[in-house]
Design a protein around this ligand. Structure first.
Ligand code: SF4
Length: 135
């Protein structure tokens, strides 16, 4: 198991704390969940120079890291306020699914989970395709 550098770990911890505040989300009630994701992000920061989401499989991590979509906070988080890694969640530990399009796996798994802080986060909501907001 690869261990991240202390420097990257601290950077990610700081980012996560700041982004949770900014987006109106919190850490998972089980600290082990948060620790695992933070560690995964820090390993990617060391390896790729970018905090690529650790909860996906990539055919080519380096190519993926050149794109914006899965760099934390990823497009899904910034558009729909949904974090499938459970890093940014509600106080009850559930990820927000309110803004996800119908049929998205997050809706299938968790059902409708409302956003307790609708005034915060979603900096890229203007990028949500119109078809995803209908209904
Ligand atoms: S799902 Fe998105 S917001 Fe959550 S840890 Fe992965 S990149 Fe970050």
């Amino acid at each position: 198991m690869v261990e991240p550098t202390t420097e990257s770990l601290e950077k990610i911890k700081k980012f996560v704390k700041g982004y949770a505040e900014k987006s109106g989300t919190t850490m998972h009630p089980n600290p082990a969940v948060t620790q695992a994701v933070v560690k995964g992000l820090a390993v990617h920061l060391d390896e790729l120079g970018k905090p690529l989401c650790p909860c996906n499989f990539y055919n080519d991590k380096r190519e993926e890291a050149k794109l914006r979509r899965w760099i934390c906070a990823c497009d899904e988080m910034q558009m729909y306020k949904y974090c499938h890694c459970l890093l940014f969640v509600r106080e009850d530990g559930l990820p927000i699914t309110e803004y996800l399009p119908e049929g998205h796996e997050g809706r299938e798994i968790y059902g409708l989970v409302l956003d307790p802080t609708p005034g915060k986060g979603r900096a890229l909501k203007h990028k949500v395709p119109a078809s995803a907001t209908a209904g």
